[in-house]
Design a protein around this ligand. Sequence first.
Ligand code: MRU
Length: 346
Amino acid sequence: MSIRTIEWKNNYIRMIDQTKLPQKLVYLNIKDIESLWQAIKLLKVRGAPALGGAAGLGAYLGIRNSRAVNYLQFEKELGRVCDYLASSRPTAINLFWGLERMMRVSQANKNKSILEIKKMLFKEAQMIIEEDRASCRQIGNFGEKLFCDNDSVLTICNTGILATIDYGTALGVIYRAQEVGKRLKIYACETRPLLQGARLTTWELKRKNMDVTLICDSMAASLMQQGKIKKVIAGADRIAANGDTANKIGTSSLAILAKYHKIPFYIAAPVSTFDLNIKSGKEIPIEQRNPAEITELFFKNRVAPRGIKVFNPAFDVTPNALISAIITDKGVIRPPYLKNICSYLK
Ligand code: MRU
């Protein structure tokens, strides 16, 4: 049975509550933007492309009952909704990209009636969703060619159905490879501290009867040393103009290990994840999260003394020099990234 991470259904946003997985598949009906903000903050919906979808649907949800009597009033209201949703998480560019797209549609139609603008916004939100479905499949088509039958592949975080609308970026490549008949052995890093790998990636891959083995993040080097990893593939939350890539904390360690062991390291992401306004990864804002995620969240008993100092960045930046190729919906981009990203994306 196919599932949708987030969609518009029966007049509300319907999403999978990813914090309940893998125990149960539960759907939430989100009826106001405050609940959506919380859902994003708490990672009930997560993953850069899914956040792009949440942005589009959320902007519409926030203004659909607007009583604005003229465009200026309406634009102010939409701006407030977008600023509010933008304050939920800072790193994944897709969230801001989706919100800006909604603002642009409103501005481009300012001469129409408010009712018509609302309809256009609904249509735009649906387009963001449909485009993600198509672009993930394109990423899969381009990316699977880099993989061989019987490859063993290491991945981190969750970059599949649950991180997008219904297919995936890095996991989309793996799904496509399987669809064209390549048998892959997947190693999934558990992805401390929020365990997106252990909870979500293994759940998704098991549903699809794929060969998946869960490892602790610290086991990657040992596997590589033993020659058990042929390729590494990860997603992205934001890619700078020079190819530096922010992704789940732990990704850059894998890239360094892969370089040392001469293993190809791939990033898979749609063009909506590129931020050409920033020159390098140094400018990417990195989200800091609640210390309790490390000290107690998934444990029966807390694992560190009360009041201990905690450093809990949700993402790190992998320098472009460690990335063998970036698989996008427009094709596979190879170094030199500064030159090639521009030519692919324009
Ligand atoms: O904190 P999360 O779970 O939202 O982090 C998600 C990731 O880092 C993913 O790898 C990234 O968004 C790409 S998803 C296709």
